[in-house]
Design a protein around this ligand. Structure first.
Ligand code: BES
Ligand code: MN
Ligand code: ZN
Length: 510
């Protein structure tokens, strides 16, 4: 779907259908007077009799077929005082799905009604355009590559923003471009996480990363079993040992012009293409969801894709390095056993008491590797790390752990603005280190259930060098979902927040 603009006011507007946003009990004169100029039939359209503008209410208004605008989809947003961005995103997602069901090829959005929604939500026109465009793409996203009978309804050809002013403001145009980039990153992440583990193997993931890098002129390298061995990454290797699939640590480096030599923002993603638990085998129920245990790595790759799409016009002020630590956790004769002791890249020995606590083993070495090979400005890791995080925060939310007050606050605030629920959890280091004490190694890899997300975060913290700014995002409860902007399955969670972090190269809220 292309994004277009039709500036110059109602007399220039034309589309198969135009979406207009209506708060509860508004009439044409309040909701969309400008649109009614172009579609004069709208004021007397009979369907107004029953349209109340309730949240979740959609009504198609029809005018004479010969008119430039002969269909208007009224999108109810509920009470204006209670307007919220999530409801708006859902309304857009559902509206685009309706348009697709009706096989409408060209969809306009009444910019004047958008401006009123923006004012209600306390954001500017650029921000509401960004959310509109992104929600349109995400609403239409579907994962259907394996269905032998695909839907007969194609996506609309274009989404047009119908604007009142003579010209499209630069910030509005940039906002639409940003939304397109975010959408492509999120959809790439969703595809990767929705792909089953027999297809999206560590090698396949690394190939995908190579393609992203090649497409956008970024540099790429990949470490396989031998390289991981040469680097002394014993914790990472222990996880991969029981799998017939070789581990792959993919590294994509984006160095925009003029940022050469600056300290990079480093993103590290957990890429467990499948997590059976290993010898500490998981129960059968729901195990299929563990194909999504590479959602952290998928989010990191999504960010790189989005950065590539944005290109030079909106390049980050520092280099960005995406590290995707891929492996498969399986039980077999070569698999790591509970009780095994391994040595990580930074020299720390780990007693593996539970092979299902594998994410932290892989990440420990990936984090250590990152700090040996770069002088990071900051490191952010993202991982479907602990079921305990889901117990703590509920579905759809991620835990943020950082010693850096500002960074933690920025990640949470950015998430709120972008529709990603990030919530800070504590790093109670000395308590967790007690829990992680081993009698025969420097640490065990898994302690108590109580506070499990905190212990996992503190485990990772042991691989961060003094003075390095670091945050960890546990997205175990946010990788899967279903909503009007999320076909059941992978969410692409983390792409928006991390893209914001990558672009800012400093204060995320500017
Ligand atoms: N990948 C899982 C965590 C997870 C659980 C992600 C549910 C998404 C949904 C992780 O590798 C794991 O198994 N964690 C264990 C840790 C425990 C053994 C300390 C857990 O949370 O049970
Ligand atoms: Mn596990
Ligand atoms: Zn896992």
């Amino acid at each position: 779907m292309d994004i277009r603009f039709q500036a110059g006011g109602p007399s220039r507007w034309k589309a198969d259908v135009v979406l207009s946003f209506v708060f509860e009990d508004e009439r044409v004169e309040q909701a969309c007077p400008e649109l009614a100029e172009r579609a004069p039939w709208l004021g007397i359209a009979p369907a107004w009799r029953d349209f109340r503008g309730h949240k979740g209410e959609f009504v198609m208004f029809y005018g004479p077929e010969a008119m430039e605008i002969s269909r208007v989809l009224g999108v109810g947003l509920g009470r204006a005082e209670k307007a919220d961005m999530t409801a708006f995103r859902y309304a857009v997602g559902t509206a685009l799905r309706r348009c697709r069901e009706y096989d409408l090829e060209t969809v306009g959005v009444d910019g004047c009604s958008l401006a009123r929604v923006a004012a209600r939500l306390g954001v500017d026109m650029a921000a509401i355009v960004r959310e509109t465009v992104l929600s349109a793409f995400l609403g239409l996203y579907r994962y259907d590559r394996w269905l032998s009978e695909k839907s007969s309804h194609a996506d609309p050809r274009w989404l047009g923003l119908l604007l009142e002013g003579e010209f499209v403001e630069n910030d509005v145009r940039a906002a639409a471009r940003m939304a397109e980039a975010e959408a492509s990153g999120i959809m790439l992440a969703r595809d990767a996480a929705n792909d089953p583990a027999n297809v999206m193997t560590p090698s396949a993931f690394a190939e995908k990363a190579r393609e992203v890098a090649a497409r956008h002129g970024m540099s790429f390298r990949v470490l396989g079993r031998e390289e991981l061995e040469a680097e002394g990454m014993g914790a990472y290797l222990a996880v991969a040992r029981g799998s017939a699939e070789e581990p792959r640590m993919a590294v994509v480096e984006y160095t925009p012009k003029g940022t050469e030599g600056l300290a990079p923002v480093i993103l590290v993603g957990k890429g467990l293409c499948f997590d059976s638990g290993g010898i500490s085998l998981k129960p059968a129920k729901g195990m299929e969801d563990m194909k999504g245990d590479m959602s952290g790595a998928a989010a990191v790759l999504g960010v790189m894709e989005a950065l590539g799409r944005l290109g030079a016009s909106a390049a980050p002020s520092r280099p960005v390095v995406g590290i995707m630590a891929c492996a498969e956790n399986m039980p077999d004769g070569h698999a790591a056993r509970p009780g095994d002791i391994v040595v990580a890249k930074n020299g720390k020995s780990i007693e593996i008491v539970n092979t299902d606590a594998e994410g932290r083993l892989v990440l420990a070495d990936a984090l250590a590797w990152a700090q040996e090979h770069y002088q990071p400005f900051r490191i952010l890791d993202i991982a479907t790390l602990t079921g305990a995080c889901a117990v703590a925060l509920g579905l759809g939310a991620a835990g943020v752990f950082s010693e850096d007050e500002t960074l933690a606050a920025e990640l949470c605030a950015a998430g709120t603005a972008l529709g990603e629920r990030n919530w800070r959890l504590p790093l109670w280091t000395s308590t967790s280190l007690e829990v992680l004490k081993s009698s025969c190694a420097d640490m065990v890899n898994s302690g108590r259930r109580e506070g499990g997300a905190v212990h996992a975060a503190v485990f990772l913290q042991q691989f961060i060098r003094e003075g390095v700014t670091w945050a960890h995002i546990d997205m175990a409860a946010a990788d899967m979902g279903e909503s009007p902007v999320n076909a059941k399955g992978a969410t692409g969670f983390g792409v928006r927040t991390l893209l914001c972090a990558a672009l800012s190269g400093g204060n995320m809220l500017q």
